[in-house]
Design a protein around this ligand. Structure first.
Ligand SMILES: Cc1ncc(COP(=O)(O)O)c(C=O)c1O
Length: 351
């Protein structure tokens, strides 16, 4: 099947761009002796996770327990990190069941989380690994003192293994805080075999934090407008796209495509200082500035060439993670030929 035969809107991935990204990020982390632990929340696809593992990933990251269960069922069951506070009976039962079949590590930033994990692990007679999360504006502990206090709590809790610390994101500016915590861990005699950093925009500066043992990158395989804007990805390397059809040209300066917030997601990103919902590959001067559920609105006023009704365009995603979550399948293309149709296996796995 060729791309021309696909109905729209469709989530497509260009295999050359995807493979290029998988190779170049893996190569960088290999060169610097840092383990790459891809975050699968972006693609939620077992087939892509296997490609990442085959290239040398040390394991995967899943934001949600449901994602981890689906990946493990798909054979990605060697080593999973869930950088999230897992609390509540329902999840703890599932977590400890999963810990029977995979080496599992979760994040914690409170006694509440640690106590729940320990009780559940003991009840099931499993070991759950824990990393203490350091706050960078989302979740995590605010200082080294609290990190040590919680590290000690994990270290002495039955059923738990203290594996170290994690931080999100991990730009070079995060290093002093990380260093302070690791020094405090050392003074307290606490182990930290894992020092986990993350986020694609700071991936290529990971070597500036020599303390990192591993790195969680999610969006690097497919890129997006943000990556185009900061220059980590070229247009060709922004491999994840929505194929859409121009369905209306209400006036000479406007085109409407059949991809709105239900296929692109409602995410926006900044490109050259402008807020956009995507980047139209064939019309770089066009501005996809807004969308309702099924209509993407494209401003053509800066374009010398303009699309006709019925024409198809490829849209680079403002934010790949929510976009992939809107689709059942991914059409994997090479030179316009459909080489595989992959399921977005963990689509909707929000628990
Ligand atoms: C804990 C954690 N690690 C890693 C990532 C991956 O970051 P990116 O999507 O920028 O690659 C995320 C993304 O939100 C995250 O929440």
């Amino acid at each position: 099947m060729r791309i021309e035969e696909l109905d729209t809107p469709a989530l497509i991935v260009d295999l050359e761009g995807l493979e290029d990204n998988l190779d170049r990020y893996q190569r960088y982390f290999d060169q610097h002796g840092i383990g790459l632990r891809p975050h699968i929340k972006t693609h939620k696809c077992v087939a892509i996770a296997h490609m990442q593992m085959r290239r040398g990933a040390i394991g995967i990251t899943c934001q949600k327990l449901g994602e981890a269960e689906i990946m493990a069922a798909g054979g990605i069951d060697g080593d999973i990190l869930i950088p999230f506070n897992i609390i509540g009976r329902q999840k703890l039962e599932r977590l400890t069941a999963l810990a029977r079949r995979t080496r599992l590590t979760v994040a914690a930033d409170s006694r509440y989380t640690i106590d729940g994990l320990s009780t559940a692990a003991v009840a099931r007679d499993v070991e759950v690994g824990v990393v203490i999360e350091l706050d960078q504006g989302r979740t995590g502990v605010p200082d080294a003192e609290t990190a040590v206090e919680l590290g000690k709590a994990v270290d002495s809790a039955p059923g738990l293994a203290l594996r170290g610390v994690m931080i999100m994101p991990a730009p070079p500016t995060a290093r002093p805080f990380l260093r302070e915590v690791l020094d405090a861990f050392d003074r307290a005699g606490l182990p930290h075999p894992t020092v986990s950093g993350g986020s694609t925009p700071s991936a290529f500066t990971a070597h500036e934090i020599p303390e990192l043992t591993e790195f969680r990158a999610g969006e690097y395989p497919v890129g997006g407008v943000k990556h185009l804007d900061i220059g980590t990805h070229t247009v060709a390397q922004c491999a994840g796209r929505v194929l859409a059809t121009v369905v209306s040209r209400p006036n000479s300066d406007r085109a409407v495509v059949d991809a709105g917030s239900k296929s692109l997601s409602a995410a926006t990103a900044s490109l050259n200082g402008q807020t956009v919902m995507g980047y139209v590959v064939e019309y770089p001067q066009a501005i996809l500035g807004g969308a309702s559920e099924e209509h993407g609105q494209i401003d053509l006023s800066n374009c010398d060439r303009k699309p006709e009704i019925g024409e198809r365009v490829q849209i680079i995603l403002a934010h790949p993670c929510p976009c992939f979550n809107e689709h059942d399948e991914i059409y994997a293309l090479r030179n316009g030929q459909v080489e595989a149709i992959w399921s977005v296996d963990a689509r909707g796995a929000i628990r």
